[in-house]
Write a protein that binds this ligand. Sequence first.
Ligand code: SF4
Length: 463
Amino acid sequence: MVTNPPDLRPDRAPRARIEDAPRPGQPTIGMVSLGCPKALVDSERILTRLRAEGYAISPDYAGADAVIVNTCGFLDSAKAESLEAIGEALKENGRVIVTGCLGAEPGYITGAHPTVLAVTGPHQYEQVLDAVHAAVPPDPDPFVDLLPASGVTLTPRHYSYLKISEGCNHACRFCIIPDMRGRLVSRPAHAILREAERLVEAGVRELLVISQDTSAYGLDLKHATENGHRAHITDLARDLGGLGAWVRLHYVYPYPHVRELIPLMAAHSDSGGLVLPYLDIPFQHAHPDTLKRMARPAAAARTLDEIAAWRRDCPDLALRSTFIVGFPGETEAEFQTLLDWLDEAQLDRVGCFRYENVAGARSNALPDHVPDEVKDDRWHRFMEKAQAISEAKLAAKVGQRLEVIVDEVDEDGVATCRTMADAPEIDGCLFIDEDTGGLAPGDFVTVEVDEAGEYDLWGRRLR
Ligand code: SF4
């Protein structure tokens, strides 16, 4: 049974949202995108290519000539959800192409669903397209099938995920991503920048940089310079920051060179560019023995010292992280160290998972698994502390003037916005209840914060 909060699970990102209606006779494909934001980027890329080739995208099963299911295989529960989604697509449409992480195990899929048309693995774009071409031949019309400048995006148009690399060179014991996605392969910096420029030209106001290990970007390319751009996260972040959109960095590990990013964040001024003072760092735990058992990168890093140094240089820095409680062998003393660490680190945003076995993960074989009721108890104690920290930090913002980005304005005129400290879909919101006339998604607006809750803020529009 799923016990972690759905909105904190990497395998529960929102499904696809596509609205364009096909013209009569146009070959039409449906897409069900399960999984994390990284999988969502893969879906976007596949749809971008299909649109460029003249396919329409259907928002429902009935209107599609075939359906692509982009699966997730991160946890056993995600695998089950993927199989269920494939079954639903088969029942509702009948012509189904499977891709994504779970596609790395074709026998698992065809064993349960022998009638799927094709199974391809993660980032096998060409194979997915071949399967689509075989199932639903393209019917290009050069006058109407021009690729929209922003490609096709499954997220709202004013923000976009930007994937900078695939795979990971680490071997954390609880994680099977390196087995599924392989070792680190970085995209050339100039290609990422070109994509980012196109997105910004098309109206994207916030770029969410993602990968399995953002700080390791370019390691496989030996940080070489190609076409005038060095493949290093500091250089890439600086270049992206020059495009005029908000740039938010996710999945950054606390390697020493992260310090070089902080001055870029400290220089952030209003919407004028550079990198947001925000770091999403999956610390996972704080006790060195637990981290060693997890085989985490930078397990021995003095993270509290690092955090203090970053905050000295950039006092507005918002830190987000995720943690696992109840990892095999976690003692009460180790857990207490984590709570004490959290007290001192005062992170702004925190997600927490109860450890669960994942088929194929090496942590399954570790001794001393923690009983479920102990995991539960630790999860509640951890979240209680994290919530109290979040509440106090948000209360301190009352009276401050902040720049926010508008995500949505509903029919009652309430604007849902985010501050620089809030990433979409995983962090909190700032709501404006009055005087929202003329506001639209993607607008930047200055507010004065007049109320704070546990995770969200309320504010008054100043201009
Ligand atoms: S760093 Fe660890 S948790 Fe992250 S993708 Fe690599 S192996 Fe998995």
